[in-house]
Design a binder for this molecule. Structure first.
Ligand SMILES: NC(=O)c1ccc[n+]([C@@H]2O[C@H](COP(=O)([O-])OP(=O)(O)OC[C@H]3O[C@@H](n4cnc5c(N)ncnc54)[C@H](O)[C@@H]3O)[C@@H](O)[C@H]2O)c1
Length: 272
């Protein structure tokens, strides 16, 4: 979809952190799209990324659109870096209402080929980062009367996709959201997960073998592919007070591909 038209009001007065908020050049990755949409709905946004230039580019894009953002460099796979990044965000924003755990890496992995280093790296970047960011953010949210956490999981954590470490880490992010939802519901904190699937970003386009894009499109009930804005709009809804009665859920943003059985999927491929 084209960049969404936003109201500037739905998240007015709220403060958000987005991890992995950068992207290469002017590309629109999921983290950048989320940061732009939250800011476009009125939130102040702390854009955290390993690469300061990328985070800065997102913050600049937000300011060009009239929003308010700061860039913070941090490797969120490390617990002390998460603590420092949340503190820096709080110093700038004065409060914290929304945390989007977006960082994720997806190197190929299988049972026979995995070594300890590869497994630990995927778990640290995808799952530990979400855990340590939540650990530091929840007390600040409680102080402010509550908040909303959204973990960016993947359909690869809902069904086996042949990427063992990535899929397992993403399933863990969903469970992390459930646990926080139940443990901190009475603190006014909601925690949910979004599972993107069959979403096209420049980063994925570069890695995808020829022909796969078309095969992926065919197997979905809608027959279209999604983009980073589709994911960002779902995140924005879950983050907003409009979702005040929704917590502990996993929302697939995948054009329905995880809802289809094998026979209808086969028929869709043949009929397209
Ligand atoms: N793109 C898709 O089709 C798709 C599908 C399903 C799920 N996802 C998930 O969505 C999220 C975003 O994906 P994307 O492809 O837009 O992101 P991406 O790979 O483009 O990365 C976004 C940013 O994360 C930063 N980053 C990486 N490691 C970091 C770390 N340790 N600390 C801080 N920042 C770090 C990178 O510098 C980059 O700027 C990921 O969690 C991914 O698993 C994406």
């Amino acid at each position: 979809m084209p960049e969404p038209i936003l109201t500037g009001r739905r998240l007015s007065g709220l403060a958000a952190i987005v991890t992995g908020a950068g992207a290469e050049g002017a590309e629109i990755g999921i983290g950048r799209a989320v940061a732009l949409v939250l800011a476009g709905e009125g939130a102040r946004v702390a854009c955290i990324d390993l690469d300061l230039e990328r985070a800065q580019a997102t913050a600049d894009m937000i300011r060009e659109r009239g929003g308010d953002a700061v860039a913070i460099a941090a490797d969120v796979s490390l617990r002390p870096a998460c603590a420092e990044a949340v503190s820096a965000a709080l110093d700038w924003m004065g409060r914290l209402d929304i945390l989007v755990n977006n960082v994720g890496i997806s190197p190929p992995s299988s049972l026979s080929g995995l070594d300890e280093g590869q497994w630990s790296r995927v778990m640290a970047v995808n799952l530990d980062s979400a855990l340590w960011m939540c650990q530091r953010s929840v007390p600040a949210m409680v102080t402010g009367g509550g908040g909303s956490i959204v973990n960016i999981a993947s359909i690869a954590g809902m069904r086996a996709h042949g990427s063992l470490a990535y899929g397992t880490s993403k399933a863990g992010m969903v469970q992390l959201a459930r646990e926080i939802a139940v443990a901190h519901g009475r603190d006014g904190i909601r925690a949910n997960a979004v599972a993107p699937g069959h979403v096209m970003t420049s980063h994925i386009a570069r890695r995808m073998p020829p022909g796969m894009r078309e095969d992926r499109r065919k197997v979905g009930p809608l027959g279209i592919e999604g983009d980073a804005w589709d994911v960002a709009m779902a995140v924005c809804f879950l983050a907003s007070p409009e979702a005040r009665f929704i917590t502990g859920v996993l929302l697939p943003v995948d054009g329905g591909v995880t809802q289809i059985g094998p026979l209808p999927a086969h028929a869709l491929i043949l009929g397209d």
